[in-house]
Design a protein around this ligand. Structure first.
Ligand code: C5P
Length: 324
């Protein structure tokens, strides 16, 4: 059950243009494509709020999400052997149903009226893994976007999000992309005004955080502070970067176990190095700092990288309807 509102006009079956950092890639839609390569953008949580636990074991969330230019690259090639095959550039990642990209291809062919002719997927990883940046979900969403172009260009964004929902809670948003409000399990999506121009430094400390473990630390009724989500949406609408910066907040920070306190050390370092606002993204442990100029972000990333090798500089990605 995926609801997407307001509903964007999907440019199904026509030539799609993906604008990326000043460059322009034109990719042909239709059903005669044999290979496609897509960028799978990571995301930041500008806000993350937990409203309560649901009977199905998941939590009701309210999150303002933002795509960033740090991306994996996903290639889909038709093989004509009827199988799904997956390879990645990171040897430690699973290449079977344990990988969301594989599951996305399975879910796609199970949902559409097209027999799987055989597809070979290749994922070039750049987004840190187990980092709170939805890297696995971004790959799954790129597989769905690519397969849609190759085999089912008539599918709407809503239908593609609904397939993504079966693969993981963050996948519908990753299909949708840009600046968006995600509610429910993460599948109820509302397009928001694009974030004003800014840059992020993303820093992942050298440990993973398990998402189910962190959700297990939360008693939603006991949370005392919540992000000002309406204020964040209004600031975006006004194009008010200061309003956005003031309202960046993730409730997971309030329940973070002591063993992950490095997150707060990184936040302090980012502020000392000039970040205007800092926050953990998703269930962490990646911390981001926001900057109003690219040079400041680049210098800060360079400094932090000496201590934390998984530090990246990223621009905001606001492709909206062109995302597909
Ligand atoms: O849907 P997905 O498999 O990505 O979720 C991973 C885990 O995160 C779930 O098993 C659940 O523990 C937690 N989760 C949650 N509420 C959500 C999304 C995820 O409790 N809305």
């Amino acid at each position: 059950r995926c609801r997407v509102r307001p509903f964007p006009s999907a440019a199904a079956g026509i030539n799609a243009i993906i604008l990326k950092r000043g460059r322009c890639f034109e990719r042909r839609g239709g059903t005669n494509m044999k290979e496609i390569t897509l960028d799978a953008y990571g995301k930041l949580n500008l806000t993350l709020d937990i409203l309560g636990r649901r009977p199905d074991g998941y939590h009701d969330l309210r999150m303002v999400m933002q795509s960033v230019s740090l991306c994996d690259r996903v290639t889909i090639r038709e093989t004509e052997n009827g199988q799904i095959a997956l390879r990645t550039s990171a040897s430690y990642l699973p290449c079977d149903r344990g990988n969301l990209a594989y599951r996305a291809a399975e879910a796609f062919f199970a949902a559409v009226d097209v027999a799987n002719p055989g597809v070979a997927l290749y994922v070039e990883k750049r987004i840190p893994v187990c980092a709170g940046m939805a890297g696995g979900s971004a790959d799954a969403a790129a597989v769905l976007r690519g397969l849609r172009r190759m085999y089912a260009p008539q599918l709407s964004v809503e239908e593609l999000c609904r397939i993504g929902e079966r693969v993981g809670s963050d996948v519908p948003y990753c299909v949708f992309g840009g600046t968006a409000l995600a509610e429910g399990r993460g599948e109820i999506l509302t397009r928001l005004a694009p974030i004003p121009e800014c840059w992020a430094v993303l820093c992942k400390p050298d440990f993973p955080i398990s998402t189910p473990e962190l959700f297990g630390c939360v008693d939603a009724k006991k949370l005392t502070s919540h992000p000002d989500t309406p204020g964040m949406c209004e600031s975006l609408e006004r194009g008010d970067l200061n309003g956005v910066l003031r309202r960046v907040y993730n409730v997971f920070e309030a329940v973070l176990p002591e063993k992950y306190s490095e997150v707060f050390v990184i936040k302090d370092k980012l502020l000392d190095l000039g970040a205007l606002s800092t926050c953990m993204t998703g269930s962490g442990p990646t911390v981001f700092g926001l900057f109003d100029n690219a040079a400041g972000a680049a210098q800060t990333a360079e400094r932090l990288r000496r201590e934390y090798p998984q530090t990246f500089c990223a621009a905001m990605v606001n492709l909206g309807e062109q995302f597909l």
